[in-house]
Design a protein around this ligand. Sequence first.
Ligand SMILES: [Zn+2]
Length: 280
Amino acid sequence: VEVYCANPKCGAPLPQYEENCLVCGRSGGAPNVRNAGLKEERDALQARVGKARKLALARRCASELANFEAYVGMSQAVIVRPLAVLDSFVHSDNQLLLTFHQAVRAKGRLPDKNEWDPRRETVDSAINPYIFDRIHFAALSGDGKGVSSFGGYHVTLKESAVELRTTVFEENGFPFLDRHHNRVPPGYRAAWPERGLLAVAKLHSKLSAGISTSVFPDILLDQGTTHGDSDFIEVHIYGLLHRRAIERVEGAKPVRKEDKFIWRKIRRSLEGIGVEVMET
Ligand SMILES: [Zn+2]
């Protein structure tokens, strides 16, 4: 399926992973969003959703599934970072949050010697070829809480900052690729406005007749027990991330004296630009 440049004077085919038209320079929008909108992706997702709805009907929880879909339709993108990273991100309007790959390439950080970082480039490029270094990762959340094991501070992004350039993906890429023999079949991603459909396809079996809506946040984002077994819908935000994209920050008041000082500084910066800060 070919996608074409929207400039009426141009109309050249847009390469799949380029943001701008190579002929006239007009922006074609975020490539991840374009790719999630391709017919084979949408058809495969619709087939999964159809199956999910049928199964829910058989289990007498069709209305619960519909409620859950509506709930996820209002969910937000939440990034989690440790205090020090949040501090450098929010302290001025000239600061941008780097993706992992940008930071490693700029020699701003080294990969960790953990089980993830050595495989990160392979995993990320399988899911978003060529553009993976420009993708910021978040988790889909219904209650302002992201994946706790990534750090202590939960940053909710504004709807307006993500809606045009964001896609959602079934789960963390590492377990996904393990499960799918290192391939990425169609039907496991969706554009931001269709995140409710992806959640229905993935999570329908967690719902039951009469289930309370109070458990929806934990169904959508399961914190798990130790690092690595949390389960969530991964959010892929294409492009730059600026502190004015933040709607809300939630985190615990630090215990150590020097951390308390940093946290006070962060709060001042955030409140100065109208961001809601919640201490837990
Ligand atoms: Zn063009």
